[in-house]
Structure formats: C-alpha cells, structure tokens
Write a protein that binds this ligand. Structure first.
Ligand SMILES: [Zn+2]
Length: 292
C-alpha cells in the first residue's frame, strides 16, 4: 500500500467506492494515468449502443445468419429444403467425413445459394469430452491444426467444387496445447478464412467493432421462437449482426433446432417491416469488411 500525501490507496479506493466512483490509481502520486470511471451494477450492464458509423444495405437495421454444424443428415434432408422453401440462404459448416453422406444434397445446397464452410478435418475439442480424448486440442500444435484445416478445405473443394472461405470452431474452442504452451489458433483462422464463428456465445456482433476471425455464435438448438425473436429484436435495436448456430433440424430432441422455430425466424426475417438482412456468413462478413 503506497502513500500519497498521507492518503493511502486503500483510503482513496474506499472513498471512491463509497461515492460511486472507482479511482484507478495506477502510476503513483499525481500520475497522469489516474482515471475515474463509474462503477456499474454488474459487469454486463450498459446502455444500448447503436453504431452510427455503420450502415446495413438498403436501409436494413440488422443482419441475421443461420448456421448449422457437422453436416448432420437432418440438415441435408430437412433443413435445406425448409430454407429453400422460404428463399433463405444458410451457412453449413461441414467436416469432410460426414459430408459424404447425402453428398448430392450438399451439392444441391450449394447450387441453391447456401454456403459450405469448414468445420475442421476431425472435429477436435478439449479432451475433457470423451469423444475427443484421442483428438484433444490439448495435444494439438498449430502446425498440425494448419495441416488439417488445409486438408479439410482440399477434401471439401474436391467433393463440391468450392473452397470454403469461412470456418466454425469445433465446440467453439479456439486453442491448441495447454498451460504455458497453449496457443490460440484464431490467428491461423484469420490467415486462412474470411470469418471464424464461435459457439454458445452470449451476444450479437457489432459490425463496426467485431473481429471476423472470432464471430460470436448464439445457440439456436432447443429454443421456441420467443427467445430468438427477442435476440433479433435486440439486434434490430442495436444495428448488430446476429449469428445463430444449430445442429440437428427436427421436431425436437438433443442438439436440435426446432422446425417451427426455424420457419418462424424465416418468416419474421423476411417481413420487410422488420428491417432484417438474413444471409450467409460469407456474404455478410464481406459486406462488413468492405463497409466499415
Ligand atoms: Zn461441431
């Protein structure tokens, strides 16, 4: 505890907290680093912030992307025809193995304007998941990850004729290694792809601020329409880009985006009164990069 003119930092802190201000005394007495900031009720509290520096096209007020992972058969058989029915384009993050099932349907999806992204070669996640123990991110290196992401791109391109330009982090996890030797593989994704999407995040993306290499992805599985509708309305109020992420598409069940919810989102997003631009991650991230 240092002293400044007989007043300890602890005294200053106590006084500041009591008055509702936090006095950050970083550099000693009379430091120019001394700043004040308000203490908020909780860490997430903030006024809604709309970026006036960024404008969505054609007067739209928010963007929404529907993304699905793992090339699950229900996406090819149920989800893509549903989206086609509503004229909505989705982004499907695939691994090469599962892609082989229903390959003609995936080719048709591309032909219909949907996007196929990369979801890694083997879907490595933390080894705390039993399914990932023999492909644990804790045991990966950046070189191994780069080799596998390139191989996944190569196999997807040879199967579909289009090289992915976007990526979704398996399990939303963005590291390789552990402890002092852990490395983020976000910079690798930033070099290889135009966008990288996370999973089970808690917010929409601010188009004027977000890092395309780690876009926030909000879980869509298991929800009725009310929850995503609130998120969409909030995105419209804030001018943000909401990226939903799901897995199976069906009536219900584990890791399943409900058909009725998906239909309701499509209808809601296409009502011109709502001012929503619904499109693929690739299309929207390109607009964001070119515009801001
Ligand atoms: Zn996955």
């Amino acid at each position: 505890m240092s002293r400044c003119g007989g007043v300890t930092r602890r005294d200053a802190l106590r006084t500041a907290v009591a008055s509702g201000l936090l006095l950050a005394v970083g550099g000693g007495c009379g430091s120019r680093d001394t700043r004040t900031s308000t203490v908020t009720a909780h860490p997430y509290a903030a006024a809604a912030r709309r970026s006036d520096a960024f404008a969505w096209p054609e007067g739209k007020r928010a963007a929404v992307s529907l993304t699905f992972d793992d090339a699950r058969p229900s996406q090819a058989l149920t989800g893509i025809p549903l989206l086609d029915h509503y004229g909505v384009k989705g982004t499907f993050f695939v691994s090469p193995g599962p892609l082989q099932t229903h390959l003609p349907a995936w080719k048709q999806a591309l032909a219909n304007g949907h996007e196929i992204g990369n979801h890694s070669l083997h879907h490595p996640c933390t080894g705390n998941f039993a399914f990932a123990r023999d492909k644990a991110l804790e045991d990966y290196t950046l070189n191994q990850m780069e080799r596998e992401l390139r191989e996944a791109n190569r196999v997807i391109e040879s199967a579909l004729g289009v090289r992915p330009t976007t990526f979704a982090y398996p399990c939303g996890q963005k590291f390789v290694g552990r402890g002092r030797h852990l490395r983020s593989y976000v910079p690798l994704v930033a070099r290889m792809f135009e966008a990288g999407r996370g999973w089970m995040d808690e917010a929409a993306n601010d188009p004027a601020f977000c890092d395309p290499a780690q876009l926030l992805g909000m879980e869509l599985d298991g929800l009725d329409f009310q929850a995503p509708r609130k998120l969409i309305d909030s995105a419209v109020a804030n001018g943000s880009w909401l990226v939903f992420a799901g897995h199976e598409i069906g009536e219900g069940g584990r890791q399943t985006t409900r058909i009725d919810t998906l239909e309701a989102i499509c209808r809601y997003a296409q009502d011109p009164n709502h001012g929503i631009w619904i499109d693929t991650v690739q299309t929207i991230v390109r607009y964001v990069r070119e515009t801001r």
